[in-house]
Design a protein around this ligand. Structure first.
Ligand code: NI
Length: 190
């Protein structure tokens, strides 16, 4: 396994719509293992493939550290989601503070539906359907946005975003210490 450097704001791979995954492969399974190691190393609860430079529809998550200890039902454990699609979302919207491993040091309140149903393939390519709320719904929507080239800061009002301008410039210039390996845009190889 390997810890992969995480791509930061405003690398073009983070604004691209990622490709549907057509088949399983040893390469894909290796990437999934590396993504879990990378996510845990960065103490993140979710990591999407574009964040490690792969523009494919895959993310890993483990929201349990963020879930209340007494909420056993809400605990899902480590999950791999391939080609995920939201098939239903609640009309009820909640606001919750989000951060992103690709935008270190930035945390902002984001409004999203509080409950969703989604379909996806698990890491063995078995079709799955899942209805989740609270933390898991939050993490899944944030990660799914990454597959559509959307960052949580894109969901902020223009005033909030303007206040973040200096911080975002620092991140884009690689002028930031995250405590885990980063790949700022200017060191891109491709
Ligand atoms: Ni993120």
């Amino acid at each position: 396994m390997a810890i992969l450097p995480i791509v930061t704001y405003d690398d073009p791979v983070l604004t691209r719509k990622a490709e549907t995954i057509k088949e399983n492969s040893e390469e894909l399974q290796q990437l999934i293992r590396d993504m879990f190691e990378t996510m845990y190393n960065a103490e993140g609860v979710g990591l999407a493939a574009p964040q490690v430079g792969h523009s494919i529809r895959l993310f890993v998550m483990d929201a349990d550290p963020m879930t209340e200890d007494d909420d056993q039902q809400g605990k899902l454990g480590p999950m791999t989601l391939i080609n995920p699609e939201i098939t239903w979302q609640s009309e009820t919207i909640t606001e919750f503070e989000e951060g992103c491993l690709s935008i270190p040091d930035v945390r902002e309140n984001v409004k999203r539906p509080d409950k969703i149903t989604l379909s996806y393939l698990d890491r063995d390519f078995n079709p799955k359907k899942l209805t989740v709320d609270q933390t898991a719904a939050r993490v899944i929507q944030h990660e799914l946005d990454h597959l559509d080239g959307v960052l949580f800061i894109d969901r902020l009002g223009s005033f909030r975003k303007r206040l973040l301008k200096t911080k975002l410039k620092q991140v884009a210039e690689g002028n930031i210490e995250a405590g885990y390996p980063l790949r700022p845009p200017q060191t891109r190889v491709s």
